[in-house]
Design a protein around this ligand. Structure first.
Ligand code: TYD
Length: 246
């Protein structure tokens, strides 16, 4: 029996019929869905690993995943979307609207194939990026309009929205310097190659999304990794379902 079954909750389903532009956000009542967001190079991977390890020590089954590329289809979309240089199928030339739709397609598949089934099995899903990345990068960075991109994404996901979004907030200049000093780093992908001004626009939108939104937490990503992890743990504890002892 899964935790959710034990808790006697009904199966969670995102909306299947949605009126474009009027889609309401829905949050899972089973398991918990957590997304980590931020501009490039803010240290998401390290924090996701620390958070997932901690949630596991609390007895939960955790699924860590990412966008783009959380599914088979998504991995192929990731290659199309992010490879830099002339070797990519798209030769670096992806029209902004095509880019937005490909990210949305990746998300639709991710939600249907991986996220919702995991939540319904009572698991804690931690995703490296979700809807807010599209709103910030495509909506703001590419000037397609945050509202339009949010609607597109909500349509793709049937309204599914994280129970908690953790924004790792860092000045893109500091993130860029960090990346230069990281010897394990591979060459920048197509989005990272967009430059500092682009990253600043994206960061500003992330911060606006977080403003006054109680399902978000903003963490100063210039702090030491252990300090960031401690802050995240405190907040995570409040979104983990109450475990029933039986
Ligand atoms: P990420 O996986 O965080 O990069 P890496 O693993 O190389 O550190 O993100 C991939 C890039 O895709 C990142 O620059 C942000 C961008 N992106 C969008 O532009 N829109 C989206 O909807 C998503 C999910 C990512």
């Amino acid at each position: 029996m899964s935790f959710s079954e034990a808790l006697g909750m009904g199966e969670f389903r995102p909306n299947t019929k949605v009126d474009f532009g009027k889609i309401v956000e829905v949050r899972s009542t089973r398991g918990a869905f957590v997304a980590f967001e931020g501009t490039d190079g803010v240290g998401k991977s390290t924090q996701i690993k620390l958070a997932a390890d901690w949630v596991k020590t609390r007895g939960w089954e955790v699924v860590t995943t990412r966008e783009p590329g959380g599914t088979n289809l998504g991995r192929q979309l990731r290659e199309l979307l992010l490879e830099a240089g002339e070797t990519t199928v798209c030769e670096g030339q992806v029209a902004p609207r095509a880019e937005a739709l490909l990210f949305a397609a990746d998300r639709a598949q991710h939600v249907a194939e991986l996220i919702v089934p995991a939540l319904n099995a009572g698991k804690i899903v931690i995703s490296d990026r979700f809807m807010a990345s599209s709103v910030a990068y495509q909506g703001q960075g590419r000037d397609l309009g945050p509202k339009e991109i949010r609607d597109l994404s909500l349509w793709a996901t049937g309204g599914l929205t994280p129970n908690l979004t953790v924004l790792l907030d860092l000045d893109p200049e500091i993130a860029w310097e960090r990346q230069q000093n990281d010897e394990t780093r591979v060459s920048p992908d197509r989005m990272e190659g967009e430059g500092l001004e682009f990253q600043r626009k994206v960061r500003a939108r992330f911060r606006r999304l977080a403003e006054g939104n109680e399902t978000w937490m903003v963490v100063d990503a210039s702090l030491a990794p252990e300090e960031i992890a401690a802050q995240v743990r405190l907040r995570l504890a409040s979104v983990l379902p109450v475990m029933k002892s039986w």
